[in-house]
Design a binder for this molecule. Structure first.
Ligand SMILES: NC(=O)c1ccc[n+]([C@@H]2O[C@H](COP(=O)([O-])OP(=O)(O)OC[C@H]3O[C@@H](n4cnc5c(N)ncnc54)[C@H](O)[C@@H]3O)[C@@H](O)[C@H]2O)c1
Ligand SMILES: N[C@H](C(=O)O)[C@H](O)COP(=O)(O)O
Length: 330
């Protein structure tokens, strides 16, 4: 049976609804179901001039194989009518509810994977909830001890030791325990989910020039090097820590399955420069399959028809492939 993939709405005032409507004009070999407010999708389709059949499904048993141009919606109501580009904190609980429904639905076996269009972290935090990202939200929901954010483009995969942390908190978060649990989770998933029999991981240093022998920071000497040595004793092929400014060149990337960066803006700008709009964000370490886009809510483009749906299509395709492979393994 083809996998059943749940797609959340994303921030309703952003480009989430736009890219869902345009991406689902294409064929996908799966049952696709969007969790959201059907009226939002009807209104946005009209605004974009798209002909879309928005089909409300109150029962999962009614879901059918995706047909190009059709959007099957499991209804969840918005609090307020949406104006493109204008955040409304009253609609933030709706966004969180779509995440809860899909995450719990994956845990319960109702969905085989969840794909998340972009949310706006700031407006979700204004509800009083602490929301730093989907990665951390699903970690909490699934009670997972360690998750890893990995983005993949055609050119490279980049995983992160730390995710959405203020820059000032990063050195203290780069501990032997964190490096070990993240690297083990990454190594495990590269083998089991991405077909890398003996994963080769390029590891970035934290400081400029990987600390310049301790003259520009001591984390490499005191924390990163000894921890990588311990992990090598477990049989892992780890290269580094290398200076992050020169690691991202083909002669290194070609010998590796993934780069492990120490923090968000060390690794992701390079990946996004190499493939913005066509990369996928995958959360590793969860008991469920979750993929996402490589971009944010782009409030400036909502309702204009100018938002690219490329990354969402890659995220859906990756979710289908990962869910199909998981079905074969069981
Ligand atoms: N997966 C996610 O949920 C996710 C990912 C990244 C950022 N965000 C959130 O999105 C919000 C806005 O973030 P931001 O302004 O830093 O980044 P952004 O990606 O929304 O926008 C950055 C620039 O890229 C353009 N852009 C983004 N997506 C595009 C697309 N599909 N097609 C064409 N152009 C596109 C925008 O117009 C803007 O110029 C923040 O709250 C951020 O945390 C969410
Ligand atoms: N770090 C992601 C990016 O830059 O694309 C983005 O903020 C989304 O993260 P979550 O998947 O945790 O929401």
């Amino acid at each position: 049976m083809s996998p059943r993939i749940a797609i959340t709405s994303g921030e309703p005032a952003g480009i989430g609804p736009d890219i869902i409507l345009s991406a689902l004009q294409d064929d996908f070999a799966a049952q696709l179901v969007v969790i959201g407010d059907p009226e939002l999708f009807r209104q946005r389709a009209a605004q974009l001039g798209l002909t879309v059949d928005v089909k409300v499904c109150n029962n999962l048993a009614d879901l059918q194989e995706h047909q190009a141009g059709q959007v099957q919606v499991l209804p969840t109501a918005l609090a307020n009518t949406v104006t493109c580009g204008q955040l409304d904190v009253a609609n933030a609980p709706y966004v969180l509810e779509t995440l809860r429904i899909t995450g719990q639905g994956c845990l319960d076996g109702d969905f085989d994977a969840v794909v998340t269009p972009p949310v706006h972290k700031g407006v979700l935090c204004e509800t009083g909830a602490h929301f730093s990202g989907h990665t951390e939200f699903f970690q909490t929901l699934c009670n997972s001890p360690q998750v890893v954010m990995m983005l993949a483009s055609q050119a490279m995969r980049v995983a992160l030791v730390t995710t959405h942390l203020p820059l000032k908190d990063i050195p203290a978060a780069i501990t032997p325990d964190t490096i070990k649990t993240v690297t083990r989770a990454l190594h495990h998933d590269l083998k089991t989910r991405f077909g890398c029999d003996e994963p080769r991981i390029l590891v970035c240093g934290l400081n400029p020039h990987a600390g310049e022998d301790g003259h520009l920071g001591r984390e490499e000497i005191e924390v990163i090097n000894p921890t990588l040595d311990e992990l090598r004793q477990e049989g892992m092929n780890l290269i580094g820590p290398l200076p992050a400014d020169t690691l991202f060149q083909n002669k290194y990337l070609q010998q590796a399955d993934c780069v492990l960066a120490m923090y968000h803006d060390q690794g992701l700008p390079v990946l996004k420069y190499s493939g913005f709009g066509n990369a996928v964000n995958i959360t590793l370490g969860l008991p469920i399959i979750r993929t996402s886009v490589d971009h944010g809510t782009a409030l400036d483009l909502a309702g204009t028809g100018q938002a690219s749906n490329g990354s969402l299509k890659v995220a859906i395709e990756n979710a289908i492939t990962m869910a199909t492979n998981a079905q074969k393994r069981h």
